[in-house]
Structures are given as C-alpha cells and as structure tokens.
Design a protein around this ligand. Sequence first.
Ligand code: NAP
Length: 277
Amino acid sequence: MTDHKIPLAGVIGHPIAHSRSPLVHRHWLKTYGLPGDYVALDVRESDLEDVIRTLPKMGFVGVNITIPHKVAILDIADIVTDRATLIGAANTLIFRKDGKIHADNTDGYGFIANLRQGAPGWKPSTGPAAVLGAGGAARAVIASLIDAGTTEILLSNRTRPKAEALKSEFGSKVSVIDWVQAGNMLEEATTVVNTTSLGMTGAAEFRVPLDGLRRGAVVTDLVYAPLRTKLLEAADAAGCVTVDGLGMLLHQAVPGFERWFGVRPEVDAATRAAVLE
Ligand code: NAP
C-alpha cells in the first residue's frame, strides 16, 4: 500500500481536540483545489512510535507533532534536521518514499515569517531582543532570532535556572535577567517577545510592568487566544509595532503543507479568517 491517490496528513497530540491545525490545512486544500485530507489524531505517548510507523502504510505523507510529543519524537525519527536538533524538539514529520521518517522544527521559521509579514520594517540587528519565558517555544524563538541576526537577547523566566540552561546552550548572545526585573529589559529592547503562557485565556494574568516599552519597538505575543493580549494592547498604546501570535501558528504550517501536498500556501486574510471562524 504505497501508491495512494489521496495524500493524508494530520496532527498528533494528547489531548488534541483544541487544535486549529486541521482548519488551516483543510482551508489550503480547498483554496488550492488539492486532493487530500488533514486530521487530528489523539495518541498517547506509549502508542506514539507504533502509530508513527503505521501511518505511512495508511497513506499518510506526514504529520505535525504537538504537545506532549515534540521532544520524544526526536528518538523515533530516522533523520532530524539541524534546526530541530538545536531547538530540541520537532513539530513536522515527512514520511519519505524510502521509508525514512524525517523530522523538522518549523516554529522558528513561523515566528520569523510572522514578524516579517506583520512588521515589514523589522530589523533583527538594530538592538536587543527581550524574550519573556524559557519553555519549549522560547527555544525556537531564541534560535531563530540568533539565526536572523539578533546579536543580543535579554532573557527572563519565572524559573531562572531554565533561562540559565538556555543561555548555556545558546551562548554569550543571551543574558539572563531576574524575573522580578523583567520589566527593566524592555527599556532597551527593539524587539519584545512573550513566549510564556501568561495572558492566555484560562492562564494566569500577564503582570510584567510594561511602562518601559520603547516607541517603535516591534512587540509580539505567542499567545493568540485572545488575539489582542494585554501586552499587545499596552504596546499599541506606547507606539510600538505589534504582531499577534496567530500568524506564527499559520506560518509554521507552511513548510509541512508544501512538502506534503506540493503547493506553497499563502498566509493571507482568508487563512486567518478560516482559523478564527
Ligand atoms: P511551556 O514549555 O510549558 O513554557 C511555558 C512558559 O510560560 C515557561 O516559561 C513558564 O515559566 C511560563 N509560565 C507559565 N505560567 C507562568 C506564570 N504563572 N508566571 C510566569 N511564567 C509562567 O510552553 P510553550 O510550549 O513554550 O508555550 C508557551 C506559550 O506559547 C503557550 O501559550 C503556547 O500556546 C504559545 N505558543 C504559541 C505558538 C504560536 O504558533 N503562536 C507556538 C508555540 C507556543 P516557568 O519555566 O517558570 O514555568
């Protein structure tokens, strides 16, 4: 069973019901008139490898991987890209014709592509980037900021040792600021990124003092529910350029869709509307 006419892809996580990825990919399949489908698959960690090895036999050309499997998948994949290794997690698998499973991480690509689309004048090298948070998403953000040319990253996390661990991995471009002083790093920053879950619907409130935000700084929040977070509202009021987090979710989906279905999709207003419906 290798010559399937209808390519299948999907997203694997646990739980998975909340995922908006099927809305994105199905919108693009329809927009470009392509055969194929994209489904959400709820898979427990103990079943992950069995499921991954079986999917290609069922006509799957690849899958996205989400929480909690993004790290464990690295041990299952046959080929891991350098950027997935650097980030320490993968979110996109390609099931190759030779039977090998190829794992990549497109979160950093999605983060930068979103900034470039939402803030076309953004220049990564004009000044320090302030990054709040040191979880999984922060790793992709820091790796991609350095790759894009940012030379100084001010990093603050509630649990300081996690920030220190990222500094030891990413090197001298990263400086760690204590969480109680996180607001101070905004005064210098020309790029500000919230990678914590603070401000997300159902999570704790975003309480970092924001009076230090610089006019003209580019400010983005990975939280996209709500779309306009407290950080983005304050940044707008301070004369910053703001970019919401929904675009990152959409842009990180582009490389997988292109590899699986053969067309590079546009992230446009219709894509955003499809996900917000
Ligand atoms: P994660 O690995 O669990 O990290 C969570 C981060 O939030 C950590 O830095 C954690 O700090 C911080 N945090 C949580 N509760 C906090 C609190 N009460 N006070 C201070 N800090 C707190 O999660 P993740 O995968 O990095 O995701 C983080 C956020 O980014 C989520 O909201 C996720 O939905 C979003 N995200 C969005 C996109 C997108 O495409 N837009 C992509 C990836 C992730 P500690 O280390 O101290 O716990």
